[in-house]
Design a protein around this ligand. Structure first.
Ligand code: RIB
Ligand code: CA
Length: 316
C-alpha cells in the first residue's frame, strides 16, 4: 500500500536528500512540502524545495511556505552547515512553479481534515509549523496517521549545544507542544542518524550516472562534508533527514523502543535537551516510539541504489 506523505522541511542539504529519496521510492506518494525556518529562512527554503522538486521532474507537487520564526526563541539559522543558500555549493535554476499562496499551517490543516487518517507527516525541521497547526486546529490531532520526526538526541550528544539537537533546539516550545499533543509519533534522533554517514565513495558511485541529480547531490553534500570534516572529524556527511524518510517504508532499518520523552524548555544550559524516561521514573505513559538502533549500511545502500534509479530516470 502506498504511503501518502507530506514532508515538513527546512531544505537544507540533508532535507533535499530526503525529498529525492521520497521521489525515488514507489512505496511513497509525496503529496506536498511545507517549509519551515531552520537551516535557512523559510523564503529561501521554499525556493530550494521548488527547485529540488523540479530538478527531479516533480515540479507538480505543491509547496507551501510556513513559519519564519520559532514560537518563542529568537531565530537561529545554520549557514555554516548548509551554506548561504541552504544547499551548500549547489546552484539550481529558479523553479518555474510558484509556491502555493496558502500558508503551510493552513495547507496542513486543510489536507489533514479533508482526508483524516491518510497522511504520514515526515517532519525534518523545527516543529514550528506542526505546533502552530495543532494550536490553530486541534481537530487535526486525530486526523494525523502518524508523525515521523528527525530530531532530538537521547543518549547521543547534541549537535547544536553539547546537549541539544538543532531541530529541537531551534524551537523547543514547538517540540514540547507536538510531543505532548497525543499524535502517533516516532522520533528519529541523532542516536541513529549519526551512524548514517554518506561517503565520497557513495557520491562517486552516483556520479557514474549521467544526470543532473547526482551532480546536485555532489555539489550540495560537498559543502556538508567540508563542515563535518572541519567541525566533527567525520569523513563524509550525516544525512539525518533521509533516514527519517526511509523509515516511512523501511522501518526494519531501525530498532524502536516506546518511551516517555520530554524536552527541556526551562532555558539555561540544557535548553532543547530531549530525554527519555528509560526507568519509568516519572510514571508517565510512553508518548512516542524512539529509534535507538540502526542498520546504517543497509540504509545507505538503499539510499544510493534509489538515488541511482532516480538519476537514470532524469538523464542529462
Ligand atoms: O540536527 C539535524 C537536523 O537539523 C536535520 O534535519 C538538519 O537538516 C537540520 O534541520
Ligand atoms: Ca532538516
Amino acid at each position: 500500500m502506498t504511503e501518502r506523505i507530506i514532508i515538513d522541511t527546512d531544505p537544507g542539504i540533508d532535507d533535499s536528500m530526503a525529498i529525492l529519496l521520497a521521489l525515488a521510492s514507489p512505496e511513497v506518494s509525496l503529496e506536498g512540502l511545507t517549509v519551515v525556518h531552520g537551516n535557512c529562512t523559510a523564503a529561501q527554503g521554499t525556493r530550494n524545495a521548488l527547485a529540488v522538486l523540479e530538478l527531479a521532474g516533480a515540479g507538480n507537487i505543491p509547496v507551501a511556505k510556513g513559519c519564519d520564526l520559532p514560537l518563542v526563541q529568537p531565530s537561529l539559522l545554520a549557514p555554516e552547515t548548509h551554506g548561504d543558500t541552504g544547499l551548500g555549493y549547489a546552484r539550481l535554476p529558479e523553479a518555474a512553479q510558484p509556491p502555493l499562496r496558502q500558508h503551510a499551517v493552513d495547507f496542513l490543516i486543510e489536507r489533514l481534515l479533508a482526508e483524516p487518517g491518510e497522511y504520514t507527516l515526515v517532519a525534518v525541521g523545527p516543529l514550528t509549523n506542526l505546533a502552530m497547526a495543532i494550536r490553530r486546529e486541534p481537530k487535526i490531532i486525530p486526523a494525523i496517521k502518524r508523525v515521523i520526526s528527525m530530531g532530538g538526541a537521547i543518549r547521543h550528544q547534541g549537535n547544536t549545544t553539547p546537549l541539544a539537537e538543532f531541530n529541537v533546539y531551534v524551537d523547543p516550545h514547538a517540540a514540547h507542544i507536538v510531543y505532548h499533543s497525543g499524535v502517533p509519533f516516532t522520533l528519529v534522533p541523532l542516536d541513529v542518524t549519526y551512524h548514517c554517514i554518506l561517503t565520497r565513495a557513495d557520491v562517486g558511485r552516483l556520479l557514474k550516472v549521467p544526470s543532473p541529480v547526482p551532480r546536485f547531490v555532489h555539489d550540495t553534500t560537498r559543502f556538508y562534508m567540508d563542515f563535518h570534516d572541519a567541525n566533527q572529524k567525520i569523513d563524509g556527511c550525516v544525512i539525518n533527514d533521509a533516514l527519517a524518510l526511509a523509515l516511512v517504508f523501511a522501518p526494519q532499518l531501525c530498532d524502536f523502543e516506546e518511551h516517555y520523552v520530554d524536552v527541556d524548555i526551562q532555558g539555561g544550559v540544557s535548553m532543547g535537551k530531549t530525554f527519555a524516561d528509560f526507568y519509568r521514573m516519572t510514571g508517565k505513559p510512553a508518548n512516542m516510539k524512539v529509534a535507538l538502533g540502526v542498520r546504517a549500511r543497509d540504509f545507505l545502500d538503499l539510499f544510493v541504489e534509489r538515488i541511482e534509479n532516480l538519476s537514470r530516470a532524469v538523464p542529462g
